[in-house]
Design a protein around this ligand. Sequence first.
Ligand code: FAD
Ligand code: SF4
Ligand code: SF4
Length: 651
Amino acid sequence: MTETNFTYRRFEDSDRTTTDRDITKKWGEEPISIGESYACPTYVHKTPPCQGSCPSGHDIRGWLSIVRGIDTPPEGLTMQEYAFQRMVMSNPFPAVMGRVCPAPCEGGCNRNQLEDFVGINSIEQYIGDWAIEHNFSLPAPGPDTGKKVAVVGSGPAGLAAAYFLRLLGHGVTLFEEYDKLGGMMVYGIPGYRTPRDVLNAEIQRILDMGVEVKASTRVGRDISMDQLTKDYDAIFWGIGTPDGRGVPVKGAENAPNCTDAMSFLRAFNNGKLQYLAGRILVIGAGDSAMDVVAVAKRIGQLDNVKAEDLPENVILGKTEHDPALAAQRKPSDSWIIYRRPISEAPCTPHELKAVIEEGVEIHDSLSPLEVMLDENGRARALKVAPVEMVDGQMVAQEDKAYEIECSMIVAATGQTGDYTGLEELNNGRNLIDSDATYQVVAKPGQFAAGDAIRPHLLTTAIGQASVAVEGIHDYLNSKEISKRPKVDKHHFKIAEELARHNLSPEKYEQKAGTHGTFEAKFAIHNYDDRSSAEVISHEDLYLGHFEYNPINHRDEVELNATQVLSNFEERFKVLSDEKAQKEADRCMSCGMCFECDNCVIFCPQDAIFRVSKDEHAIGRYVATDYAKCVGCHICQDVCPTGYINMGLGAY
Ligand SMILES: Cc1cc2nc3c(=O)[nH]c(=O)nc-3n(C[C@H](O)[C@H](O)[C@H](O)COP(=O)(O)OP(=O)(O)OC[C@H]3O[C@@H](n4cnc5c(N)ncnc54)[C@H](O)[C@@H]3O)c2cc1C
Ligand code: SF4
Ligand code: SF4
């Protein structure tokens, strides 16, 4: 390609066929296949799969490039504060996420194609903890818009909505039924997984942005839905699914010692439940089940518990345990009863492994048939039958049924919403129906997110809240609610990056002869932002560039059956500064230049050059001299990150 006065047109997928390059380059393969095309390099930004898999839409590649030192902080900011600022664009809870998010981002990471994923979650914890330790604030609220939004529910969905609304300058009143804020982060997930000082620090940062809080106030009981619609310009519903489902077995209906995971965990997290009175059977094998058995192992059991102090009386709110008796705890006998083989358990594998090490007994392929009651109406045993596969169906072998003695049965078989006083929101399945922008169906100005829509994860509730707030913003500005992009994430924006370096393109002025030039300064040249439409696959990278480099795990407290009793220490230890940077350095920067110089070194025409230091920004490290480029596509072949595509000038 020697012509310089070509006409620019967008790079299209079909342009790929103008090269003869095999795009999948694995270890040990020759990276370059001989060929020539009529296309020159263009720089194409795509979404990395880690970000594509993160329900909050974190700019993971962006904050990893800060931690590893490619993206340097502006003057006056530390690396950690700069990374924190990038993280909280998407999610204001990095320290909580860094501990309890099951990290679907890591499952999606392209580095799994080499040796192992990048430890994204542990770096999130590192930055989150650093931010708390150094008292970092969230960004300042936007200029006051004069609009008021009611946020109902203070779980991750409600708190994130409050945060994103304040960023846009809207007034927020947060209504919460309980006295403590945090939803399942405080009443569901035990404190040794989300330490309360960490959680409270991240919540306080949001409140410090100027959020009015009405705790111990249930909407639908203490204030009506009608009143909210009169008093506020919009409503956000983040009311979750607070109730557990009861033990789904005949005989359990009136037995006081048959309960559900939510009631059990709430009593523990309130500090009221301090010990058990004998064997506990937990039905189910999801994450809530793992939390119940892990708590049971920690609080242990006492012998000869008085009738009035039995754990069910605490769970039913009739009494509270005396914490002084905790000193007499003995190891508890905690069992998981699961209908399927445990290999099919829906819980995080890591949690299952931990509870087994802590001494929990797993009894799988067992179907609960009936709760056997004693003369006082308490459950004394669970009748179960082994399950066998017959013609592809799971069939309980009732002729082989037997009883398992117990002192408590906990169902961890799902949660449901409480719509008392809010009946008009209930879609009939104790959830709220909303559209793709999270606007409640047939209720303009009302939005909903989190478990109330579909029970999932903390990060999901936060990601949905962020989208819902954009809808609320449009609604409050009397605009049509914007359509969502195909890849709906918090993308890196090169225009903002250039502005940060005072490199924004000049204002466009219509002049003769401005077409077909790369010298004019009114455009971002040879850059194509496809991040809202495409996730970059490992097949588009040159993996041969990367050497074997094992993951740097954070240290973990592993407890055995003896050590677990009364041990409420948290499991994950934060990474050191050095390890965090080493781990971030494993990121392959999928879909974005990471300044490796391969293209500059390997271009036989010397057509690719580094831009001058004063023109440098992330995504703007190299440029092409199109007078020299012959379209050999070597730069594309040796680009490890898939950022170079042969597209420019093809016709
Ligand atoms: C035991 C357990 C363990 C879990 N572990 C994990 C984990 O490790 N990692 C993970 O990512 N996810 C985990 N989850 C899932 C996660 O907790 C939820 O997906 C998340 O909390 C949902 O957030 P939310 O804000 O939608 O609802 P919630 O967190 O349930 O918050 C809803 C809030 O609304 C309040 N509320 C309800 N109705 C009203 C009303 N009418 N008026 C005022 N306030 C009201 C409730 O009191 C509550 O505070 C776990 C869930 C459970 C139950
Ligand atoms: S919130 Fe979860 S999925 Fe998103 S980056 Fe953090 S660990 Fe990964
Ligand atoms: S290598 Fe980096 S950019 Fe690529 S998917 Fe993994 S964490 Fe994301």
